[in-house]
Design a protein around this ligand. Structure first.
Ligand code: MOS
Length: 708
């Protein structure tokens, strides 16, 4: 195996005019230098885009530079050290054009769509009339920073070619999509591509689509005819593998004398790259949460010299939520109302933008249980009223959480064996959230076996399509395929028994039996049962196989609005002299349908709330407007919360039965925790200090008392 190391551009815009390939090739251990001049031919232009989920890649197609940290060459050597040293010897020279960075860098335009094909603008009712009729109004503008996924594990690949067959070990949140993309680029059949991606060291959306650097690893292996390993360095992840674009969001709201919203206007401006389309759908959160006769949401954008932004930890919901939850608090303040009481008065009973009823909604229970646990009733209405024994200002804030309950397509295969064991196969992923634990539980349930009797096979592309581990939909999507595969194989087994007059189940009919503990039992008389082994043995079968699919139920989706809900309460302490703020307590109560594994679910919810703290106080990719380069592309200076930053985080799981989302009633918990939380922290910061910070992350300079 050889080692490949990327050389990336130090400019954000222009052309590479020279690479010292000779010098690099002369370096000991260097085997090859892949540049636009000698790269292997591809079957498809990496800039071709045949569907909205195909993102343009930088695969050395020419000498152009369109963002900082764009790959410009790949050095392949016998050791990692040789390749790294070789890459440092390339000494690129550039023709540099001025970088355009930030929300005001270029001409503003209305994007054709936002997020996953949502319309840029949605209007319901007359916002101006609603504002005019209001007795209280607010208008406020919030800014959120550029953020990078920063999964612990960088994007990495080991690629091995054997003729036209490709084997890769690489992290992926969607194996079939990755297979399809690679197949197109290299002109081979998807079935010739074998991907192993059992566990991911975090993804956060950045591994949803195969990235340029991963493909460069495959090209390098093609070029040298040997296995190649390519691992991104941390700073190389600030460019070619996606990020969350910055936003500037302006909200206008009106409320009547009763404190009921009369109008809600949510406008977002964001950035995308110069060469592709992804637009953070921040305003869309206002479609789903608060009732108002008039709601208007819109998006505009500018193109900047960065890599293309992508899906990242509740794309749209996270950014939109921090602005909406801050604005709702400002509206409550204008009405002199408690912010929780204001939310209880204004949360929507039906989805406001569509008028559809929710498939289920336990938000009121989330507010109530969260507030009770947190001790919200003792909160003084006015800010700057609470201090701890050290004299630190204490503030309490609340935010509403929500995330859509999505479902993608997936397939699974189930096997029952004569020895009494079972197998479940699905090409699913575990990003560290414990997905496989939950999925194995669903498999055991569906097969009517003890979990120790089930072999759960997952994480490779030769297994049935496990769909996408994204959109907080993995457990529902993969889970439903597993559940259906289990039901299918059990039905086939029941066929054998109920049609055989030697079985105690003879004549029961398939609906008349249940599967439990490795046996089929008569529903009307559980003393009449037969083991799987006996049924298969008598039929002379070593094993029996079933299949299952899952997909969103279109009829239910067009009838109901499907979301998980929650309420997050945060306590902060602020040093009045230094502005230093710490989050000391977070309590979130969430209703997300059926909970398969409470421990995994609480862990996911707590993780999401920590992202929310991170959004509010820590994460900020600082771009140098002169060079267009990220100035803090490392985990030392790009801040994320460590244990000391979040002393107490508690997730309450609120019981909810949703009969419509899917047969298992699962809504998903991956991303909802980030929503509500950042707003709750910002609102707590205001309550502690009386200072309303509208720029995120909230840094201490913004909390120092104005000197008078
Ligand atoms: Mo996520 S941003 O749906 O991986």
């Amino acid at each position: 195996m050889l080692y490949a190391v990327l050389a990336v551009s130090t400019i954000a815009r222009g052309r590479v005019t020279f690479l010292d390939v000779q010098d690099v090739k002369a370096h000991a251990g260097v085997v090859e230098v892949m540049t636009p001049a000698n790269k292997p031919a591809l079957a498809q232009d990496p800039d071709e885009k045949t569907n909205p989920f195909m993102f343009r890649l930088d695969l050395l197609q020419n000498d152009r530079v369109r963002y900082a940290n764009q790959p410009i060459a790949v050095v392949i050597a016998e050791t990692l050290e040789d390749a790294t040293e070789g890459a440092a010897l390339l000494s690129p020279r550039y023709d540099t054009d001025p970088a355009r960075i930030g929300l005001d860098a270029t001409e503003t335009f209305v994007p054709p769509g936002v997020g996953i094909g949502n319309p840029s603008e949605v209007h319901r009712g007359d916002v101006e009339a609603g504002l005019a009729a209001a007795s209280k109004q607010i208008e406020a503008t919030y800014e959120t920073s550029s953020q990078y996924h920063n999964a612990m594990e960088p994007h990495a690949i080991v690629a091995v070619w054997d003729g036209d067959t490709l084997s890769i070990d690489t992290p992926s949140q969607g194996l079939v999509m990755a297979q399809g993309r690679i197949a197109g680029l290299f002109g081979i059949s998807p079935s010739n591509i074998h991907i192993r991606s059992p566990f991911l060291g975090g993804g956060f959306g950045s591994k949803g689509f195969i990235s340029g650097p991963q493909v460069l690893g495959i090209m390098a292996a093609r070029m040298v005819g040997r296995p190649v390993k390519l691992v991104l360095r941390r700073e190389q992840m600030y460019g070619p593998v996606g990020h969350r674009a910055p936003t500037r969001q302006t909200l206008r709201m009106g409320a009547d004398d009763d404190g009921k919203l009369t109008a809600l206007d949510h406008r977002t401006k964001t950035t995308s790259s110069t060469f592709d389309d992804f637009f953070e759908p921040a305003s869309d959160i206002s479609h789903a949460l608060y009732a108002s006769a008039a709601i208007s949401t819109s998006h505009e954008a500018v193109r900047v010299d960065t890599g293309t932004p992508l899906f990242m930890r509740a794309p749209g919901e996270a950014t939109g939520s921090v602005a909406l939850e801050s604005a709702i608090d400002e509206m409550a303040q204008a009405c002199a109302m408690d912010p929780l009481a204001f939310r209880l008065k204004n949360y929507a009973e039906v989805e406001p933008i569509s008028g559809k009823p929710f498939s289920s909604k336990a938000l009121r229970d989330c507010y109530t249980q969260g507030a009770e646990r947190f001790g919200w009733a003792r909160r003084p209405l006015a800010p700057r009223q609470m201090r701890d024994h050290d004299g630190l200002l204490v503030g309490w804030g609340v935010g509403t959480a929500t995330f859509p309950a999505l479902m993608f397509q997936a397939q699974a295969k189930a096997v029952l064996r004569q020895d009494g064991s079972g197998v479940m196969e699905i090409g699913a992923h575990d990003m560290g959230q414990g997905a496989w634990t939950a999925l194995a539980q669903i498999a055991a349930d569906g097969l009517g076996l003890d979990i120790d009797q089930v072999e759960f096979r997952s994480g490779t592309s030769d297994l049935p399509d496990g769909g996408i581990a994204g959109g907080s939909a993995h457990t529902a999507t993969a889970g439903m395929a597993i559940y259906n595969a289990g039901a299918d194989v059990v039905a086939r087994l029941a066929d054998l028994a109920t049609n055989d007059d030697r079985s105690p189940l003879f004549g029961a009919g398939n609906a008349g039996v249940i599967a439990r503990g490795g046996r089929l039992l008569r529903r009307d008389d559980e003393s009449r049962s037969e083991s799987y082994s006996d049924i298969l043995g008598r039929a002379g079968l070593a094993e029996i196989e079933g299949q299952g699919n899952s997909a969103a139920n279109q009829a239910a989706q067009s009838t109901y609005a499907m979301y998980a809900h929650g309420a997050v309460f945060a306590e902060v302490k602020v040093d009045p002299d230094l502005g230093q703020m710490r989050v000391t307590r977070v309590v979130g109560a969430f209703a997300a349908g059926r909970i398969i594994n409470p421990r995994m679910v609480r862990s996911q919810l707590c993780g999401g709330m920590i992202w929310g703290v991170s959004f509010a106080l820590h994460e900020h990719a600082v771009m140098d407007p002169r060079s267009g380069r990220p100035m803090n592309p490392n985990l030392g200076e790009y801040h994320i919360p460590v244990n000391a930053d979040v002393p107490s985080v508690e997730a309450i799981v609120v019981e909810e039965r949703d009969p419509h989302v899917n047969a298992l009633g699962i809504k998903g918990v991956g991303e909802i925790g980030i929503t509500g939380t950042a707003g709750a922290v910002a609102n707590a910061a205001w309550h502690a200090t009386g200072i309303r910070v509208r720029k995120f992350p909230i840094t201490l300079d913004r909390l120092i008392e104005p000197q008078s």
